[in-house]
Design a protein around this ligand. Structure first.
Ligand SMILES: NC(=O)C1=CN([C@@H]2O[C@H](COP(=O)(O)OP(=O)(O)OC[C@H]3O[C@@H](n4cnc5c(N)ncnc54)[C@H](OP(=O)(O)O)[C@@H]3O)[C@@H](O)[C@H]2O)C=CC1
Ligand SMILES: O=C1O[C@H](COP(=O)(O)O)[C@@H](O)[C@H](O)[C@H]1O
Length: 480
């Protein structure tokens, strides 16, 4: 299956923080790929910007050296892509560069400002874009995560941005929303008639959402030690996965209809009981370093793992627990949503042993796909026995081996140019998520308790396993 690429309108994309890690590792490669597939029209231009003083050709060489060794990058296409790049030095906190930037921008194309800089600079840059006359009524501003450290700081960021831009112009990135399978979750639920009638407390026993990473906190130690897993991952990525799993069908697939439904889920979340949370911090590896060494803070009480049981208090989900967990240095890199259906109300097959029954696994990464386990008759000779089998669908295989999956940033940047906010978080959504997270992290900060240590390469601390065991349930094995 080959999908047709529709070019977007001509644009000027100003990338602040263009020399930084995220821009080099994610945003510029994403733009290269959209160029390669023909989604960028002739008149599309990327204006890279940071404080460092350099000429455009030096910046292009910098980008070339980061991209040219990637196996999927073609030298001749890279040359043509680099011609679309200009560089201008701008100090977000001073006056340098703003006039130059204004002169470069064209009046008759889509104008977008991507702020790949620390969140402390968001209001500063928004204000200067406004004061220097660069922000037009139709221009767009894109901001990276973290969107605040708590409710108060998120409100301050929203106020800072809204002084200069309207909500319809603000694109708050959560890159999980750009992942193919995350969007497939909506397609699965709302483009099929099979699942939705069963998608409620009458038929679903519980839901598990796991985002497990093998990496530690390397490279972002200072930020992470202030944030921890709850702020870094649960407040945004896991919250979004929970919302898309639990929300009511929106009336249309349009930004505010989708986002209204997500906000209702967040507002329906019950406060979490302290006994329903497990926190962990990874130990030193044999002969190596652990979390405390990595962040250079022997007293750190920041969690690199968290698991929690969450309830969505509404008719659809009454009594259905959602178990969430995420952590660093775990056994495997694996993100999935597992929907465990209730057992049949009555079994006509005695002595069949324990089976898993119907479990729908939506795999976000790696090997994106969907598996539905069902119970069938075991074809073996030993009488009437039952067995679990998986109906397995890997997207890579289903869509043809030669289709390269789009990276989340590719989709999101092009959605900005198209002016589609569906996959971006609205201001009230972010604030609602912080309002739910704040009491949890503040309680940790007020207590002297430490997170439980866990071994690198494991599934997290024992307490996380107990969270489900005591309810008579089990996590799906990470990397299993
Ligand atoms: N890196 C990652 O994996 C992820 C990052 N993010 C978020 O993305 C944003 C950028 O992160 P990252 O790329 O890692 O950060 P870096 O520290 O690597 O880069 C920061 C960029 O901002 C520029 N900058 C800093 N101060 C100023 C200033 N006063 N005026 C103009 N430009 C300035 C820097 O360039 P110069 O020094 O030349 O001015 C540099 O280009 C952050 O909000 C981060 O939280 C989100 C998810 C993942
Ligand atoms: O936003 C973040 O996400 C990454 C995980 O993203 P993935 O696409 O690789 O799953 C995480 O490592 C990082 O700590 C966090 O800030």
């Amino acid at each position: 299956m080959v999908s047709r690429v529709i070019p977007v309108d001509p644009f000027d994309l100003v990338l602040f923080g263009a020399t930084g890690d995220l821009a080099q590792r994610k945003i510029l490669p994403a733009l290269y790929h959209r160029f390669e597939v023909g989604q960028m029209p002739e008149q599309a231009r990327i204006i890279a910007s940071a404080r460092s003083d350099m000429e455009s050709h030096a910046f292009r060489e910098h980008v070339r050296s980061g991209l040219r060794d990637k196996p999927e990058v073609k030298a001749e296409i890279l040359d043509r892509f680099l011609e679309r790049l200009e560089y201008v030095a701008v100090d977000a906190l001073g006056e340098t560069g703003w006039n130059c930037l204004r002169e470069m921008l064209r009046p008759d194309v889509v104008r977008a400002f991507y702020l790949s800089v620390g969140p402390g600079l968001f209001p500063e840059i928004a204000q200067r874009l406004h004061d220097h006359g660069l922000a037009t009524p139709d221009s767009r501003i894109v901001v990276e995560k973290p969107f605040g450290h708590d409710l108060e700081s998120a409100k301050a960021l929203n106020e800072g941005l809204r002084r200069c831009f309207e909500e319809r112009q603000i694109y708050r990135i959560d890159h999980y929303l750009g992942k193919e399978t995350v969007q497939n979750l909506m397609a699965l639920r709302f483009a099929n008639s099979l699942f939705e009638p069963l998608w409620n407390a009458s038929h679903i026993d519980h839901v598990q959402i796991t985002v497990a990473e093998t990496v530690g906190v390397e490279g972002r130690e200072a930020y992470y030690d202030r944030a921890g897993a709850m702020r870094d991952m649960v407040q945004n990525h896991l919250m979004q996965l929970l919302c898309l799993t639990a929300m009511e069908p929106p009336s249309k697939f349009v930004p505010n209809a989708v986002r209204d439904e997500k906000v209702k889920v967040i507002e329906a979340l019950e406060p979490v009981e302290p006994g329903d949370i497990a926190r962990g911090q990874y130990r030193p590896e044999k002969g190596g370093d652990g979390y405390l060494d990595h962040v250079g803070n022997p007293d750190s009480r920041t969690e690199s793992f968290v698991a929690l049981k969450v309830h969505v208090a509404n008719w659809r989900w009454a009594g259905v627990p959602f178990y969430l967990r995420t952590g660093k240095r775990l056994r495997a890199r694996e993100s999935e949503i597992v929907v465990v259906f209730r057992d049949p109300p009555h079994t006509i097959f005695p002595n069949v042993g324990h089976l898993h029954g119907n479990v729908l696994v939506i795999r976000l990464q790696p090997d994106e796909g969907i598996t539905l386990s069902t119970t069938i008759k075991d074809p073996g000779p030993g009488g009437f026995r039952l067995a679990d089998v998986a109906l397995d669908m890997s997207f890579a295989e289903a869509l043809g081996g030669n289709v390269r999956a789009q990276d989340a940033y590719e989709r999101l940047v092009m959605d900005v140019i198209r002016g589609d906010q569906t996959l971006f978080m609205r201001g009230d959504e972010v604030e609602a998520a912080w309002a739910w997270v704040d009491p949890i992290v503040h309680a940790w900060e007020d207590s002297r308790d430490r997170p439980s240590p866990y071994d690198p390469g494991s599934s997290g601390p024992e307490e996380a396993l107990m969270l489900m065991h005591r309810d008579g349930r089990r996590w799906r094995q990470i990397g299993g």
